[in-house]
Design a protein around this ligand. Structure first.
Ligand code: PHE
Length: 456
């Protein structure tokens, strides 16, 4: 163990760490999941609930994960074992499992994004964007693009922390931000776009009152998913910190960027949809692809926008995918002493295989396995993982948590206790309620949709 410890890498710079965490947070969750949840779950009312959860749950949870990682300098499994004892390593094992599940469908969607990027260059989706989506959503070609996406992810992670992940995110994250801001400015100039802003920013509280059972777990799940919490990414990334930084400040910066980008995505997507005269509330995994490709085919300079948008989208998906893979790879490297390139290739291959049904099974063109994996991972497993780490730190190791957080900040005083108590009761209670509702929702999905589909 000690030889592995001394060889363990660390981030070269503070910016490297922050950019990696921002790169992990900003991804399909912001661009694919977020806008259409806003559309489906009551527009700005969902937005408010989501922002509330980001602050109430996201921030304290990120601090918990960061303190665990920096304290132990270990992968998620090793870190939980070191802090909580042997039984807690199974919570870490859950993280590794969730990393497998999420990346397996994340990569299939990442493959779609790459496909749309090439489609923008060739004009492939302009004729009929709906038909195009159903053509590429499942099938052998989908598998090919899934393989390409996984191969790029494996390539970056295999190069290690400084030469792989840190270098990649230094190029990727600034490009994402620059393109997003450019697109948002362009969207302001679109004739007919104003209605899009109204739709996006005017709350419908009736929907919140009547549908809270689905909105609460959706908003909590989205808060976890978008901040890459509940599965050890932030534990793992913080484990490569060598000196003591102000973790509260870093969390603020990371959350600020992630939330800013999610909000910006809405400011791009909704005006573009309305300018092209499309229905924004049309739900489903394919919605953003069909709607945006349709819009890009309609509006002036649409294909140039398509190249920029899907190019940016591919980069954002990749910078998150590398963090998912890193959780599993760091586990294999720390715990079993495997060589990083070997571990990365083997694990990447395993995840690719788990994604095969996602890429191939279609319910009349609809990639139904995505829902099976996504609801399970984002609404059930991430929240479970979140509850576990919060119990471990806030209930069983509060002094350690406060001491670790105060490094690089100074005495926390009352704020330290406030953080611990916020996590101990309100955060854990909200998460338990969300988990309960999500379990009911998933059961309904299985009984009403998935099982009838499997039976044919
Ligand atoms: N945060 C990423 C996104 O929004 C997804 C992700 C979830 C990455 C969990 C890592 C862990 O796309």
């Amino acid at each position: 163990m000690s030889t592995v410890d001394t060889l363990r890498e660390s981030w070269a710079t503070r910016t490297g760490f922050i950019l990696a965490a921002v790169g992990s947070a900003v991804g399909l969750g912001n661009i694919w999941r977020f806008p259409f949840q806003v559309g489906q779950e009551g527009g700005a009312a969902f937005l408010l609930m989501y922002l509330f959860f980001i602050l109430l749950i996201g921030l304290p949870a990120m601090l918990v994960e960061f303190t665990i990682g920096r304290r132990t300098n270990l992968n998620a499994v090793g870190a939980l074992r070191k802090i909580g004892g042997r039984t807690w390593q199974y919570a870490g094992a859950l993280f590794v499992f969730v990393g497998f599940v999420i990346l397996s469908y994340y990569s299939v969607i990442g493959g779609w994004v790459l496909r749309y990027f090439t489609g923008s260059i060739t004009g492939g989706y302009t004729a009929d964007s709906e038909a195009y989506f159903f053509e590429i959503a499942t099938g052998f070609d989908t598998l090919l693009f899934h393989a390409i996406f996984m191969a790029i992810t494996v390539g970056i992670v295999a190069l290690g922390i400084q030469k792989g992940i840190e270098l990649a995110v230094k190029l990727m994250v600034p490009s994402i931000i620059a393109i997003m801001v450019g697109l948002a400015i362009y969207a302001v100039t679109l004739p007919g776009g104003a209605e899009g802003y109204t739709y996006y920013l005017s709350p419908d509280f009736d929907v919140l009152a009547s549908d809270w059972q689905s909105i609460v777990p959706a908003a909590a799940g989205q808060a976890f998913f978008t901040l890459s919490l509940g599965m050890g990414v932030m534990i793992t990334y913080a484990s490569y910190l060598s000196t003591d930084r102000n973790l509260a400040e870093d969390s603020g910066v990371i959350i600020g960027f992630d939330t800013g980008i999610a909000i910006l995505t809405g400011l791009i997507v909704f005006p573009i949809l309305f300018a092209a005269g499309l229905d924004a509330a049309d739900p489903g995994a394919g919605a953003i692809f069909i709607a945006l490709a349709g819009a890009f085919a309609e509006i002036q300079y649409g294909l140039v926008l398509g190249v920029l948008f899907f190019g940016m989208f591919s980069i954002a998906a990749l910078s998150s995918a590398i963090s998912l893979l890193e959780v599993v790879v760091s586990f294999a490297v720390d715990e079993y002493g495997l060589q990083r390139p070997v571990a990365t290739a083997l694990i990447g291959g395993g995840i690719f295989i788990l994604g095969v049904p996602v890429a191939l099974v279609s319910d009349g063109g609809n990639p139904i396995v995505i829902d099976l994996y996504d609801i399970l991972a984002a609404e059930i497993l991430l929240i479970t993982g979140g509850i576990l780490v919060m119990v471990l730190m806030a209930w069983f190791n509060p002094n350690l948590a406060v001491t670790e957080l105060s490094k690089g900040i100074g005495r926390l005083g009352i704020l330290g206790s406030l953080w611990i108590w916020l996590v101990r009761i309100p955060v854990i209670v909200v998460l338990l309620i969300s988990l309960g509702l999500a379990l009911v929702g998933y059961y309904e999905f299985l009984v009403d949709e998935f099982i009838p589909f499997v039976r044919g």
